[in-house]
Ligand binder design. Structure first.
Ligand SMILES: Cc1cc2nc3c(=O)[nH]c(=O)nc-3n(C[C@H](O)[C@H](O)[C@H](O)COP(=O)(O)OP(=O)(O)OC[C@H]3O[C@@H](n4cnc5c(N)ncnc54)[C@H](O)[C@@H]3O)c2cc1C
Length: 417
């Protein structure tokens, strides 16, 4: 961890005295900014931080309609991994994973990144072929991912039932040991504090209602619940709502929004050492540092902006968890919630310039954008500052929907994560 100076200790004491985060939350907006970022989740706050830190652009405001981290950043199940199939995905998720490894030190804020391993169970020959393809592709690209026999999988997760008589027999597993979890909302707070320290304004309870444009079609600012705020550039990073916001500038995106749910159990003694996912059975589970089981469900199949989700989806998930781990049948569930994900046809993200001058978009992270937070934020800042994508994000632009060069990561997203 970074060493504290006397001043840093004094600053922290002052902060504690004022109440958590009181000095940076919701200043009155200026009349105009060099850059406005719409959406105060991890991606938007992180992009503001990297704009200030790496590009020297500090006249920046992050506009959040609710409270920072109250969107998907604070609602997800925090699985972090980089074992995707295609180079475009491996580039960005591995870049992100490397940033995760040092993020607490970078922000001087404990984001509780825990590389405890992510294990994907294989139940049939199709799973096995698909996971081995991922293992080989990842290894060729220099990313760790390994194939385990059922016995090796059980050594890693002793509560696995690898008997042939199990309801869903396990014929192996893929394990990415550097994958793991982190503390979801700490990521938003850590980036917010670090961005604020560099002069970024973080304005909560400020909903963007319209995007204003000048004579040449370029953006000039936004109408918000706090009035008009001018901007030379606008970055849209409002997971689940990106298509609605882009329509304010007459840009139609290939996105659809679906609810996604999760739930946590009562706290238990530590029993579960890593994240276990089953694409075939459609469930995944890990145990938080507080002892709660964190369980993720599948996506609702209908489009909606509801932050709840369908009952049949969540009951299906619990059925699946109980079949995989019968010993958890009597565990009580404490909380259930939903978030809104925005999804592209190829299940890969969009980070792109748009037909509107000085309007940039970061969208379509679907069910799996938490793991991308530092990488996406870092590369989105580059896009906004330079007006062109970073080499690691070149494949994610809107151009692929014209050329047809899609990045089909449907297998990676077979179960939400
Ligand atoms: C239940 C669930 C489980 C998930 N599990 C995982 C997982 O295990 N691993 C993983 O990698 N990913 C997971 N995800 C996906 C992940 O949470 C998201 O991809 C990621 O958090 C998106 O971050 P963000 O900063 O882009 O969005 P958000 O945190 O949603 O931030 C966007 C913000 O924009 C704001 N906003 C919207 N409209 C406006 C407006 N008009 N004006 C101003 N602000 C606005 C919202 O209030 C919100 O705070 C999961 C998602 C859910 C819902």
């Amino acid at each position: 961890m970074r060493k504290y100076s006397v001043f840093a200790v004094a600053r922290e004491a002052l902060r504690a005295h004022k109440g958590w985060g009181a000095q940076w939350a919701s200043p009155e907006p200026r009349s105009s900014y060099d850059v406005i970022i719409i959406g105060g989740g991890g991606h938007g706050l992180g992009a503001a931080y990297y704009l200030a830190k790496e590009h020297g652009i500090t006249n920046v405001a992050v506009l959040e309609k609710g409270w920072i981290g109250g969107g998907n950043t604070g609602r997800n199940t925090t699985i972090i991994r980089s074992n995707y199939l295609y180079e475009e995905s491996m580039d960005i998720y591995e870049h992100s994973l490397k940033l995760w490894e040092n993020l607490s030190q970078e922000l001087n804020y404990n984001v509780m990144y825990s590389p405890r391993g992510v294990m994907m169970l294989s139940h049939n020959i199709h799973d096995k072929q698909s996971f081995m393809r991922h293992v080989h592709a990842n290894n060729l690209y220099g990313i760790d991912n390994e194939w385990l026999t059922p016995e090796q999988a059980k050594d890693f997760v002793p509560v696995l039932d690898i008997s042939k008589s199990a309801r869903y027999p396990i014929n192996g597993a893929a394990l990415q040991r550097r994958g793991g979890t982190a503390r979801h909302d700490a990521v938003a707070w850590g980036y917010a504090r670090a961005a604020s320290d560099r002069g970024v304004h973080i304005i909560q309870n400020c909903e963007v209602k319209a995007i204003r444009r000048g004579p040449n079609g370029e953006v000039t600012g936004v109408e918000t619940s706090k009035g008009f705020i001018g901007a030379k550039k606008i970055g849209v990073s409002a997971s689940g709502h990106n298509s609605m916001i882009m329509e304010m500038a007459d840009v139609k995106l290939p996105l659809h929004s679906n609810p996604l749910q999760a739930l946590v159990s009562e706290p238990m003694k530590p029993i579960f050492p890593c994240v276990v996912m089953s694409n075939s059975v459609h469930a995944y589970i890990s145990q938080s540092d507080k002892g709660e089981f964190v369980i993720g469900a599948g996506t609702d199949q209908y489009n909606s902006y509801s932050q709840t989700g369908g009952l049949q989806i969540i009951t299906h998930t619990l059925d699946a968890i109980c079949e995989l781990f019968p010993m958890f049948r009597r565990v009580k569930m404490m909380r259930q919630w939903g978030g809104i994900t925005d999804n592209t046809p190829d299940r890969s993200a969009i980070q792109s310039v748009t037909p509107v001058p000085n309007l940039f978009v970061n969208a379509g992270w679907g069910t799996g954008g938490f793991k991308a937070t530092p990488g996406s934020a870092h590369l989105f800042a580059h896009l906004i500052a330079r007006g062109e994508p970073h080499r690691l994000a070149e494949g994610l632009t809107l151009k692929r929907f014209e050329t047809g060069r899609l990045i089909d990561e449907a297998a990676a997203a077979a179960v939400a994560h």
